[in-house]
Design a protein around this ligand. Structure first.
Ligand code: NCD
Length: 359
């Protein structure tokens, strides 16, 4: 069965099918308005969300389906100590597909190991956010008319920003992508993305320290919020929180057809004066998120019983009783998920669930 836990769970063909369907939904909304009648989506949100949860809800409503779930885990049996695996076993009796957001990394992957309905990862800690990635890809396609060949600048919190990690992974499915990383030292992109994604899958990248020096090269500028809730040291947050701010003076250096994306919520990294610039695509991006989730739900329900769309054959996990994942926010250290690992080409051992480097 097909789940969407990581952007690489989708082949290039499947990605194309979802983006194409989303575009058809935009053009012919009436054709789809009753297409998932009697189907149910459960939204299990263990972490705050406005856009993502409402976007899933409105996507399923526009398809004529129903939505159930919780937006505050305290009001569910989680507060009695129920595990995510038991919760999805139970919810799978009531719903045809589950969208889950969790502050614990790897929670959805662990849940998918026992689920009888497709699981959609709506964000796990600072790890992955594949449906935001689909939103971003549809937005780039609609704003620029193509994704192949773009130069994209990622600016802000590249360490904790899960939307950045997932989008870079998915861009490895496209041709001639150039990535520019703009972040303070404390918030640089994790090594596993640089090594296991950019180096291994052939994405060219460079790191720069100012926005001004790269603005004229960019086709897309992907701004992000500094993720206060993921900092263990709040003094460090205060030091870096205002590192990069986009204003009209910087926009004046950019190409006429550059697109500015932001997964939102914004704090102060894009001044409101930029909103009136036609290149500011972030509110259009929000609406694209609903259309692409309509397409994703439709495809996952269509693919559910088709072995051709099973999860990609992955590597076999490595078990070693002497090793443990050291990430306190990983599912292995929060529930009884086994400590298992994957070995990358360079020989590095990483946690199966959260990708933290073990050795
Ligand atoms: C992002 C997230 O939750 O990771 N927002 C979203 O889903 N649109 C980005 C963020 O919180 O900064």
């Amino acid at each position: 069965m097909k789940h969407l836990i990581d952007p690489m769970d989708l082949s290039k063909e499947e990605l194309d099918q979802i983006i194409t369907l989303a575009q058809d939904i935009i053009e012919h909304r009436e054709k789809y308005q009753d297409s998932q009648r009697y189907r149910k989506l459960a939204t299990l949100f263990y972490e705050p969300s406005t856009r993502t949860r409402l976007s899933f809800t409105s996507a399923m409503m526009e398809l004529g389906g129903n939505v159930l779930g919780f937006s505050d885990a305290k009001s569910s049996s989680v507060s009695k100590g129920e595990t995510v695996q038991d919760t999805v076993r139970v919810v799978g009796c009531f719903a045809d597909v589950i969208a889950m957001r969790h502050h614990i990394e790897g929670a959805q992957l662990y849940a998918s190991e026992v689920s009888r309905v497709p699981i959609i990862n709506a964000g796990d800690g600072s790890h992955s956010h594949p449906t935001q990635t689909l939103t971003d890809l549809l937005t780039i396609q609609r704003e620029l008319g193509h994704i192949d060949g773009i130069t994209i600048g990622f600016c802000g919190d590249l360490k904790f920003g899960r939307t950045v990690h997932s989008l870079i992974k998915a861009l490895s499915r496209y041709k001639d992508i150039k990535v520019v990383l703009i972040a303070p030292d404390e918030l640089k992109l994790p090594d596993y993305i640089k090594q296991d994604v950019c180096d291994k899958l052939g994405i060219q990248y460079k790191e720069v320290s100012t926005m001004e020096e790269v603005m004229p090269e960019l086709d897309v500028l992907y701004m992000t919020r500094v993720q206060q809730e993921r900092f263990l040291d709040l003094e460090e947050f205060d030091r870096v929180k205002d590192s990069f701010v986009l204003d009209c003076a910087k926009m004046a250096l950019a190409k006429k057809e550059m697109a500015v994306l932001h997964p939102l919520p914004r704090v102060n990294e894009i001044l409101t004066e930029v909103d009136a610039d036609p290149r500011a695509a972030y509110f259009r991006q929000v609406e694209n998120g609903k259309f692409v989730r309509m397409a994703l739900i439709t495809k996952l329900l269509e693919w559910k019983d088709d072995p051709a769309h099973d999860m990609p054959e992955g590597e076999e996990p490595v078990y070693d009783a002497t090793l443990r994942c050291t990430n306190a926010k990983c599912i292995c250290n929060n529930e009884h998920a086994p400590h298992k690992f994957r070995r990358s080409d360079s020989g590095t051992l990483r946690c199966w669930y959260c990708d933290s480097k073990i050795r």
